[in-house]
Design a protein around this ligand. Sequence first.
Ligand code: C2O
Ligand code: CU
Length: 476
Amino acid sequence: MSNLYCAMALSLVLSACGAPAPISPVGTAPPPTNEPEPEPEPTANWVPPELWGASTLEDLDDDPNVVEVRLTAAPIWIDLTDEIGFEGYGYNGRWPGPTLQAKVGDEVVVHFENQLPEPTTVHWHGLRIPDAMDGSPRIQAPVQPGETYTYRFVVPEAGTFWYHPHVRSNEQIEKGLYGTFVVREPDHPKLDAERVFVLDDILANGSGLPPFLASHPEQVHGRSGNVLLVNGRVAPPRFNVEKNRVELWRIVNTANARTMMLTLEGATFAVIGTDGGRLQEPYYPDRIELPVGQRYDLLVVYDRPGPVRLLSHVFVVDENEEVVRRPYELAVVEVAESDYVGGPIRWPAVTPRSARSVDREVVVELSGANTPNGIEWTINGRRFPEEPIFTFNENETVHLTITNLAGPEHPFHLHGQFFEVLDEAQPGLKDTVLVPGLETVEIVAYFDNPGRWMAHCHILEHAELGMMSEIVVEPR
Ligand code: C2O
Ligand code: CU
């Protein structure tokens, strides 16, 4: 029922949106462009490659192995379309926040300032860093309005990660607080381009954002939006390329609830990386199911001239009142004929993971109940912030059988660790896995990072309504 509700809202408002107008956040981020930027000054330091689709946080430090940045969360005015404008939140006046770019082993120092009218923290989604720096409000006292906090950690591995608040995240992320965090190997190869596609959908109307968690469907399914966004702007961005160019696309789903079903038409692509970094072997799916929280790195080869379209296949209600998937454009690329021949791309080797035997097996039950106070969501019968659901030992390998006892799906997310899904169609290390309604998913998790870690549903409304727990990993 509420799926229909969201789907109808999407089809209605997408067609009612009219011509997309660029967002003009207070910080005046320029819209992403396809124009070549001037060559950077030659320098002995490692310089991250240009990243299309996002601004980069300026490194204030001269040390080549330290990335020191300032990050300020504050309200910003967002003009989404001619009709839709509202006060949202931004990092450094931008929506999405600027990208943090670092290389493996760098020390990252983030001077964070909270100029919001409410407390917040910053969580570095996917990074296996010490728990004290993870932004968990159970460990770190939330940063109060007007206060500052310095996050300091070493980035342990390469991949596409993201950052966002971990306090009232269903509101703070929806209002615009999220950004990508790209970590590269020092010998990361040069590609013809690297692009980020931060996918989101927001629920907006003429007067802005409707109240949070107010409707029953929103409590049941999470908040699905009516406007699809790529890099903070109404989709689709358009750009031009030449045939034979090879690019790396980093795709992140930062929506509150919407699982995206993606296809890429008109070019050849391979999945080369997942949440936990590069795969040993690329694979070539027809479509990609991208639940909220997850990331995919694609190698895209423009092997023919003509249009290339990144599509999201969204549930809508058709003329016969049937629920069908309908494609919406997330990005449109025009590929021009050319005799360009690029050089070979030499990726650093991926160290094969040694096989590990399972030390322990546990069951995780995701459930929900209707109560006089509305819907309550639980993990193993508990609601945040009760006691931890498990205590493991550092370096334990744990088989988790995750069963969804209710109808709505749950993208289950583990902080501070990676796992593998026991499903050939989902290779690679992950920190988030989709558990469809009334189904069971098996994962093998590597609890190599000691500390107190949140484990929760990444549908932010579910997390807020209780589906958020903690797992303790005791140091050896
Ligand atoms: Cu991206 Cu605990 O979250
Ligand atoms: Cu959920």
